[in-house]
Design a protein around this ligand. Structure first.
Ligand code: RP5
Length: 164
């Protein structure tokens, strides 16, 4: 679904354009579930005011879940969670010499009171599916789309048959 075709329910924020190949996995999953979303590049370190401004207006614009992706000293998801009550899903990205371990720890180790639901390194697809599961609690259309997608994936794995 195009970025601006409908009120975005999911906002995907990422720290750099260099993260976009990973972010694309989340976009594809949301597209497959027909969930309107938007992607914005902004950084907790390089453009902190932009992050604050964007996140504080997100709920009022109709956003219901925020996915924050970042690599290296990945403080983006935490900075987002500090500025909203919307659920925030963090995606640590493997950029830089530590292959994502730095981003994983920076994203997941939040202080008590400010949670970030962190998926695995480069786990953008799971972030999108988790966002969809949150939205499905109040949207039977999204719930049905999730059930259908899960069944299709299960069938594809089943059709592969046992390994010889
Ligand atoms: C992080 O620094 C970004 O999320 C990216 O993963 C990493 C490197 O950014 P670039 O130097 O490639 O812009 O903030």
């Amino acid at each position: 679904m195009s970025d601006r075709s409908a009120t975005p329910l999911v906002a995907i924020i990422t720290g750099s354009t260099s993260d976009l190949p990973i972010v694309d996995k989340a976009k594809k999953a949301l597209d497959g579930l027909s969930i309107p979303h938007e992607v914005r590049v902004m950084s907790a370190h390089r453009t902190p005011d932009l992050v604050t401004q964007y996140v504080r207006s997100a709920k009022q614009r109709g956003v219901r879940v925020i996915i924050a992706c970042a690599g290296m000293a990945a403080h983006l998801a935490g900075a987002v969670a500090a500025n909203t009550l919307l659920p925030v899903i963090g995606v640590p990205i493997a950029s830089g010499p530590l292959n994502g371990m730095d981003a994983l720890l920076s994203t997941v180790q939040m202080p008590p009171g400010i949670p970030v639901a962190t998926v695995g390194v480069n786990g953008a697809k799971n972030a999108a599916i988790l966002a969809a599961r949150i939205l499905a609690l109040g949207d039977s259309g999204i719930e049905s789309a999730l059930e259908k997608a899960l069944e299709t994936e299960r069938q594809a794995y089943t059709d592969q048959g046992p390994e010889s």
